[in-house]
Ligand binder design. Structure first.
Ligand SMILES: Cc1cn([C@H]2C[C@H](O)[C@@H](COP(=O)(O)OP(=O)(O)OP(=O)(O)O)O2)c(=O)[nH]c1=O
Length: 192
């Protein structure tokens, strides 16, 4: 089996792969996450995912390198990670009672075989109506601070969610079924 490198500092992405018996080597990509204002959210997540993976694959040409980037989109605005607690409060107030999209761009690269794939997945998430006390209590847990959209569906944030439409692991940061599709079809790596 080929070595898999996860070009991401996100512990959630590592956990998703480990749950499915892949033990990636984790190397956080030093890529500076600058968004291009001319790109739409899908293009932004795919370019960032690709550049994160490319940065690492230059030095690990034999290995399969996976990069990803997740954003929350509500009414055409990209809601990334909150800058601070008051930003988290604003984001969660905006999302309360409404449906947003979680978009994750992915890239898989194996330089030596000249294999490069870029794709994305969208999941719709509807939030419950949240009063300010609940939002403040959630922010106190610190869970929102390092996550796009200021929540983690895999944690206490599950309590904010009324329903989801689409791939669950995509919301957590890595659309597993799509990753499995590419690994199986092009990289001779099979999760099942
Ligand atoms: C919506 C949502 C996001 N997130 C996380 C996934 C990502 O880690 C993070 C989005 O930030 P990203 O910039 O995609 O990733 P990262 O900075 O954590 O890691 P790296 O750039 O090194 O790859 O938000 C959750 O964990 N749960 C959720 O429900």
């Amino acid at each position: 089996m080929n070595k898999i490198i996860l070009a991401s500092g996100s512990p959630r992405r590592k956990e998703i792969l480990e749950r499915f018996r892949l033990n990636p080597i984790v190397i956080k990509s030093g890529y500076d996450e600058k968004e291009n204002p001319d790109e739409n959210p899908i293009q932004i997540t795919m370019s960032l995912a690709f550049n994160k993976a490319l940065n690492i694959s230059k030095c690990y040409k034999d290995d399969i390198v996976i990069g990803a980037d997740t954003v929350v989109v509500y009414k055409d605005s990209i809601l990334g990670k909150p800058k601070d607690e008051s930003d988290a409060y604003e984001i969660l107030t905006l999302l309360s009672g409404n449906t947003h999209e979680v978009i994750t761009g992915i890239a898989l690269i194996q330089d030596i075989k000249n294999l490069k794939f870029i794709d994305y997945e969208i999941t719709k998430v509807k939030f419950r109506k949240l009063d300010s006390k609940r939002i403040l209590n959630y922010i106190k847990t610190k869970e929102p601070l390092d996550k796009a959209g200021a929540y983690g569906i895999q944690g206490l944030g599950e309590l904010l969610v009324e329903k989801i439409d689409g791939c669950y692991s995509n919301v957590v940061g890595l659309p597993l079924t799509k990753i499995d599709f590419y690994l199986d079809k092009y990289f001779d790596t099979h999760l099942l």
